[in-house]
Write a protein that binds this ligand. Structure first.
Ligand SMILES: Cc1ncc(COP(=O)(O)O)c(C=O)c1O
Length: 377
């Protein structure tokens, strides 16, 4: 089935012919006294509503195992929890600031090393040691939209026995399916496109590997950062419109990128492939569209604060992926946990703005950007 159909039809056959799943709130479940067993026993270990959501996630990603967490960071932390003390994780320098903070502040206490490299596509055999346990990839990266060749990094890492984890938040399974390309685990901040309405925090992890699936199930149940039944239900409902929302948001983003590239008040526009033909070709080979985040730098004669104050539609706020457009300044917001040098290495300039394009009317969005750019010159 096509993903548009899966998003809506993944769960069928509810009691009473209900067309939406029920919400099961029970924290505990009656067990068979003979075996002390049952399909569910205690909500942290699993419950019918979270299971329903995890079944939808698995179908969307073509995955054997899916897990829903309270936040995207809980999913990322669970995945890093699979790495043994003494190991090294290689990451692209441009990653979500919270992931950077986890590596920077939490890894040392756990005896882990995080190595950030400017561009994962430059890695060769020599970069891997016997301690390299994992490569963590964001493609396109947040907020630089730099692209990593998934097929190449998966082949290289696997040749050295390292796992490949892809943070697919910017693409979602609608646009990119890293498990199909051989990635070991995909994580997402479901807070963003999957939920899509800026009113819910959630994270996901999916895998086709039974051993990794068992390890994630154990850590989910043991560490306990699980998604609640209410939020699991809401995410099931939100996912039904994911393909539609992505289609509209992406179309708006493409029109905005074209417009800003021609605007004399804008210096640089970053979308997947902006860095050069090679990255454009790679992105086209592994994803079916650019997504709906457009990063850009204003021309030197445009006052950034005046521009942001003049905008009427995009709210100046962190996060992305919702139906409403949001704009943020990564250097002081989403990526402030990085040192100035780390931001420089990652290509995140102090001038860079990140626009998460919503589903508003494209004429209104373009007119608003134009009037704010004019007001700020
Ligand atoms: C690419 C990416 N990964 C992970 C996260 C973390 O997700 P959450 O805020 O749901 O914990 C974010 C949040 O902005 C993100 O943009």
């Amino acid at each position: 089935m096509h993903i548009d159909t899966i998003a809506v039809q993944a769960l069928r056959g509810h009691e009473h012919g209900a067309v939406v799943p029920p919400i099961h709130l029970a924290s505990t479940f009656e067990l068979d006294p003979a075996t002390a067993d049952g399909t569910f026993s205690y909500q942290r270990g699993g419950n019918p509503t979270r299971s329903d959501l995890e079944a939808v996630l698995a179908q969307l990603e073509d995955a054997q195992h899916a897990f829903a967490y309270a936040t995207g960071m809980a999913a990322t932390a669970a995945v890093f929890g699979l790495v043994e003390t003494g190991s090294e994780v290689i990451l692209s320098a441009s990653v979500y600031g919270g992931t950077f903070r986890l590596v920077d502040k939490v890894f040392p206490g756990r005896g882990l090393t995080g190595r950030f490299v400017e561009q994962l596509d430059t890695l060769t055999d020599e970069d891997f040691t016997e301690d390299t346990a994992m490569v963590f990839v964001e493609t396109p990266a947040n907020p630089t939209l730099r692209v990593t060749d998934l097929r190449r990094i998966i082949e290289l890492a696997h040749a050295h026995g390292a796992l490949v984890v892809v943070d697919n938040t910017f693409m979602t399974p609608v646009l990119q399916r890293p498990l199909d390309l051989g990635a070991d685990i995909v994580v997402q901040s479901a807070t963003k496109y999957l939920a899509g309405h800026s009113d819910l925090l959630a994270g996901t992890a999916t895998t086709n590997d039974d051993a990794l699936g068992a390890a994630l199930a154990l850590s989910q149940k043991t560490l306990g950062g699980v998604l609640s039944p209410f939020d699991s239900y809401r995410l099931i409902q939100d996912i039904k419109t994911l393909p539609l929302r992505i289609e509209r948001q992406q179309a708006n983003a493409i029109a905005i990128a074209v417009h800003l590239r021609e605007h004399e008040a804008v210096a640089n526009v970053l979308t997947p492939g902006w860095h050069g033909e090679a990255e454009a070709v790679i992105h086209a080979s592994q994803a079916s569209g650019p997504g709906a985040v457009v990063s850009f730098e204003l021309a030197p004669d445009v006052d950034r604060v005046a521009f942001l104050r003049a905008l009427r539609i995009p709210a100046f706020a962190v996060s992305l992926g919702g139906v409403e457009s949001l704009i943020c300044h990564p250097a002081t917001m989403t990526h402030e946990a990085m040192t100035p040098q780390a931001r420089l290495d990652a290509g995140i300039s102090d001038e860079l703005l990140r626009l998460s394009v919503g589903i508003e009317d494209i004429g209104d969005l373009l007119a608003d950007l134009d009037q704010a750019l004019a007001a700020a010159r």
